[in-house]
Write a protein that binds this ligand. Structure first.
Ligand code: BTN
Length: 314
């Protein structure tokens, strides 16, 4: 949403305010005010025009302008009812120089997960990708993924769901029947491009099963809807995620703290399968590069990537 349109919206929210008063305050023509009001109505904002002027009566349930309105983070939100993959679109935007843009979709038809897996993305989920340009060395870019998982976990908990982070950056809802530590609520696919030892862009792509019924999800997955028994307000959920993500992303130490505070993997016995060996022990910490520190009983092993299973205590 451009600055003038945002200013019109803020003023009509505090309205009623007349067209001429808006034009004066924003230093634009009355015709321009009318155009912005019409565009906002087209985007789903209910703007009444009574004798005293324009006043905001209702806001749209979901979409780009709806998420931007009242969001305390500096992101522009590009919304799609349906798209192949928000990460693919975000990569296009990154290639053309964009920054701090969120691509948000109701449905993805070609959602991509980690390890080249498909990611089921029916309507009702939160499928979003953020184009970021942090001043980081590529080896430190994991902190952006950690910021997103901590932000999404905190926002999911605010909806009343007992979510936790499973290393590296999955969100689970713990469930004793599931050997893998719980049912998967969300995952993050981070893609990045670097140049001369610096990150050029990094895109954390979050898939959070929000208002999706269990029938539409893989067997080992769950959703906020399934856990709560009623839908969440996705507009508010996305705003909270973006605000927390924005507050954390420039602060690696705060990110690591937030990650630790939400992690199910820490203080848990784990088995991490690496290409050439298996590390078993207690997960005791995470490094600022996102690696897991496992106390095997004889040493602390730092594992950077691998398949992690949560084990029952011995
Ligand atoms: C995982 O495998 O756990 C990561 C899943 C990431 C899915 C999200 S949905 C939004 C974004 N767009 C994609 O195509 N993938 C990510």
């Amino acid at each position: 949403m451009n600055e003038t349109r945002r200013a019109v919206l803020e003023r009509v929210a505090d309205g009623p305010v007349s067209g001429p008063a808006l034009a004066d305050a924003l230093d634009v023509s009355r015709a321009a005010v009318w155009k912005h009001v019409e565009a906002l109505r087209d985007a789903g904002f209910g703007i009444e025009s009574a004798g005293a002027g324009y006043v905001l009566d209702s806001i749209p349930e979901y979409g780009g302008p709806a998420v931007e309105y009242g969001c305390e983070a500096p992101f522009e939100v590009e919304y799609h009812d349906s798209i192949a993959s928000t990460n693919d679109r975000a990569r296009e935007l990154a290639a053309s120089g964009a920054s701090d843009v969120v691509v948000l979709a109701d449905e993805q038809t070609g959602g991509r997960g980690r390890l080249e897996r498909a990611w089921s993305s029916p309507p009702g989920g939160v499928w979003l990708s953020v184009v970021c340009r942090p001043d980081l060395a590529p080896a430190r870019a994991t902190v952006v993924t950690m910021a997103m998982s901590a932000a999404a976990c905190a926002a999911a908990r605010e909806t009343g769901v007992d979510a936790a982070i499973k290393w590296p950056n999955d969100l689970l809802v713990p469930d004793d029947d599931y050997a893998r530590g719980g049912r998967k609520l969300a995952g993050i696919l981070t893609e990045m491009e670097g140049e001369a030892g610096r990150v050029s862009w990094v895109i954390p792509g979050l898939g959070l099963n929000a208002n999706v019924s269990s029938d539409a999800l893989p067997d080992d997955a769950t959703s906020l809807l399934a856990e709560r028994g009623e839908p969440v307000e996705r507009r508010v959920l996305v705003q909270r995620i973006l605000e927390r993500f924005d507050a954390l992303r420039g602060d690696p130490e705060a990110t690591r703290e937030a990650w630790r505070a939400h992690a199910a993997t820490l203080d848990t016995r784990v088995r991490v399968t690496l290409p050439e060996e298996t590390v078993v022990g207690e997960a005791v910490d995470v490094t600022d590069a996102g690696a897991l520190v496992v106390d095997t009983g004889s040493e602390d092993r730092v594992v950077h990537a691998g398949d992690c299973e949560h084990l029952r205590p011995v």
